[in-house]
Design a binder for this molecule. Structure first.
Ligand SMILES: [Zn+2]
Length: 163
């Protein structure tokens, strides 16, 4: 078994789309980034890379690379999941936290978990989602930024039992 963690932060600006976990969330502000700036998928990508001992997202998908300008971050997750597949690893479970002052993300929990399960080719029961605010303080609390943290456990294919 191996464990990986990932963390990511993006600046928020008005009148931009807000992508979280591969879902476009209606919001006044969206995240700024080279790709679609999906903070959650970036944290998940880094957690998967960490578990596999494969480095980090900046090495695989550099934000200086024009190929990734405006990219759908789903492809980062799928690429890394395929790399893990090839090495005989399967996801046991994924736990994530998104830190955002607004909007409220609880209504999107199920949709985001379904999308993550689809990208990881696993069951929704293996995906846990949590949302937190910044309690009105710091860059998160002031609505200047959004962050996400992800932890993933992977195991060799044959040992991953039904959830
Ligand atoms: Zn990012």
């Amino acid at each position: 078994m191996r464990v990986g963690i990932g963390h990511d932060t993006h600046r928020l600006e008005p009148d931009r789309p807000l992508w979280i976990g591969g879902i476009e969330i209606p919001a006044d502000c969206g995240a700024v980034g080279h790709s679609d700036a999906d903070v959650l998928l970036h944290a998940v990508t880094d957690a998967l890379l960490g578990a596999g001992g494969l480095g980090d997202i900046g090495r695989w998908f550099p934000d200086s690379d024009p190929r990734f300008a405006g990219a759908d971050s789903s492809r980062f997750v799928v690429t890394v999941r395929e790399e893990l597949d090839q090495r005989g690893w399967k996801v046991v479970n994924l736990d994530v936290i998104v830190f955002a002052e607004a909007p409220r993300l609880a209504p999107f929990e199920r949709t985001i978990r379904e999308r993550l399960a689809e990208l990881l080719q696993t069951e929704i029961a293996r995906i846990n989602f949590k949302a937190k605010t910044g309690e009105g303080v710091g860059p998160i609390g002031r609505g200047e930024a959004i962050s996400a943290t992800a932890a993933v456990l992977i195991d060799t294919d044959s040992r991953v039992e039904a959830p």
